[in-house]
Design a binder for this molecule. Structure first.
Ligand SMILES: *[C@@H]1O[C@H](CO)[C@@H](O)[C@H](O)[C@H]1NC(C)=O
Ligand SMILES: *[C@@H]1O[C@H](CO)[C@@H](O)[C@H](O)[C@H]1NC(C)=O
Ligand SMILES: *[C@@H]1O[C@H](CO)[C@@H](O)[C@H](O)[C@H]1NC(C)=O
Ligand SMILES: *[C@@H]1O[C@H](CO)[C@@H](O)[C@H](O)[C@H]1NC(C)=O
Length: 458
């Protein structure tokens, strides 16, 4: 039997061991940023085994979409810090999962949502915009982003709500009758970036179209600059699932910034940036934490974030940061928030055996919050890398074909594979629905689990 004294001594040791050790970060010092980002990248990659023998490149356990998000984060890491340690593994995974140049690979395409697919497209777009090294003889990064655009546009659904992308692609999936912010905001952002990169009017028109349609629904309320997470076809897109998520704001906001840039400062997009930046700051940088530290306010207070949600702050970090490069007038407002969030995140990265695993509550600085995950490491990595912007005042805007981007265009990438789609739709029965949700649950490739349940269920 253990004596009370002993127990007390053990507890004290555990307590002190969890104090004072964390990722060290001084955002004024480039070397310190690079070291901090390198540690977070290393920790994140310790969860990835896709490059080992017998494993599937690009695939993370129990999730497909997060692979795209992870590689996007690593491409940004390379861009900001110059560390190429993960370039090879990134290229291998990005190419392995490319499907027919559309990030709709047969192994997973039966269970994917539009949002799952678009993250890979955004990763490829990022690679194109930063001239991420491209192996010769392979599909170009730009063409892979175009392939995602080309497969999403035919899914634009005018049978309800006068337009919009559904969340899920297949009728047998829960979420098929939902139209959500990240799917539509994701296509909007992708189209805006393709438009800016290529100057092809088709992409620009689609960006306008997705934005304008979103603004007819609660997904983008331009009167108060509020973004609802979801709306449904059953209610003709008048209803709204109002959980507030950082990445929904980030995707529409940064898409608007690319549009602002490509239109040379058009007032419509200036208003959009100012409006969304205002609500983003007010909601996700709470005054009670000093006003500059990002928080996923819908799930951090009760520690009910799921693994998807733990990724979101990373996306907002990088999208805000790129916003400062294409809409430079936002720099003074955004930069302090990135720097303070990174500084706070580093202190929260004090968990696990290494004392450098990242928790999720960046605002809780005195003590590790007790969680660690690939997703929290990824968000921390993203915000650490982003602070490099403070040391790079020029020449760090995403490239375009005119300003040195070398990735080759293939406007028809990803088209011509309609046959897989034709086999799929069939009458839906209750049995199918139930079966599908069980199958979906088992495969857990997308993020079909009910978000409201996850957040409020406990
Ligand atoms: C897999 O990638 C990691 C970097 O994340 C690297 O350290 C490791 O050597 C690679 N393994 C193989 C088998 O290539
Ligand atoms: C599809 O699954 C097979 C069998 O597990 C695997 O060998 C292959 O690498 C997978 N392809 C992709 C793109 O994940
Ligand atoms: C568009 O981006 C470029 C590159 O950063 C920048 O120099 C230019 O000022 C931006 N345009 C506008 C209207 O802000
Ligand atoms: C512009 O994009 C559209 C849609 O992908 C494509 O059909 C067209 O060929 C492209 N035009 C050029 C000049 O690349």
């Amino acid at each position: 039997m253990i004596s009370l004294d002993w127990l007390y001594a053990i507890l004290l040791t555990v307590f002190f061991a969890s104090q004072g050790v964390a990722i060290q970060l001084d955002v004024n010092d480039e070397k310190s940023i690079k070291d901090a980002a390198s540690t977070a990248a290393y920790n994140m990659m310790s969860y990835y085994h896709g490059n080992e023998s017998g494993q599937v490149p690009g695939k993370l356990p129990d999730t497909w979409w997060e692979g795209g998000a992870m590689f996007m984060t690593l491409i940004q890491y390379w861009f900001w810090t110059g560390d190429a340690s993960y370039n090879e593994v990134t290229t291998q995974g990005m190419l392995w999962q490319k499907g027919h140049d559309d990030y709709f690979p047969a192994n997973y395409s039966n269970y994917l949502g539009n949002d799952d697919q678009v993250f890979w497209g955004l990763a490829a777009m990022t690679a194109a915009e930063v001239n991420f090294p491209e192996p010769s003889g392979e599909s170009s990064w730009l063409s892979l982003a175009q392939g995602v655009f080309n497969t999403q546009v035919p899914r634009w659904d005018t049978s309800s709500c006068n337009g919009g992308l559904r969340w899920q692609i297949w009728p047998y999936q829960a979420g098929y009758t939902t139209k959500n912010a990240i799917s539509n905001g994701g296509l909007f952002q992708l189209a805006a970036r393709l438009g800016r990169y290529t100057k092809n009017q088709t992409y620009i028109d689609w960006a306008e179209k997705v934005w304008d349609w979103s603004a007819t629904t609660p997904l983008l309320k331009t009167a108060e600059w509020n973004i609802a997470d979801t709306t449904t076809t059953e209610a003709n897109c008048k209803d709204h699932g109002d959980l507030q998520w950082t990445y929904n704001y980030g995707t529409y906001l940064s898409g608007a910034a690319y549009m602002y840039n490509l239109t040379d400062g058009n007032e419509k997009w200036k208003k959009a940036i100012d409006g969304l930046l205002g609500t983003t700051v007010a909601k996700f940088f709470p005054d009670k934490y000093g006003g500059d530290i990002m928080s996923e306010v819908s799930c951090e207070p009760n520690m009910m974030c799921d693994r998807n949600q733990d990724c979101f702050k990373g996306f907002l970090s990088s999208w805000l940061t790129f916003t400062t490069t294409v809409a430079p007038y936002t720099r003074d407002q955004i930069l302090p928030k990135i720097l303070a969030s990174a500084q706070a995140a580093a202190k929260q990265c004090s968990g696990g055996d290494s004392k450098t695993d990242c928790g999720r509550r960046w605002y809780q600085q005195d003590k590790w919050d007790g969680t660690k995950s690939l997703e929290s490491d990824m968000s921390a990595l993203s915000v650490f890398s982003s602070t490099m912007i403070a040391h790079k005042k020029e020449h760090h805007a995403p490239l375009t074909a005119e300003t040195g981007g070398t990735s080759k265009s293939n406007p028809s990438a990803g088209s011509g594979h309609e046959e897989q789609r034709q086999n799929m739709p069939k009458p839906i029965t209750t049995g199918d629905r139930a079966g599908a949700s069980i199958v979906t649950f088992i495969f857990a490739c997308g993020w079909v689990t009910s978000v409201s349940w996850m957040v409020y269920g406990g």
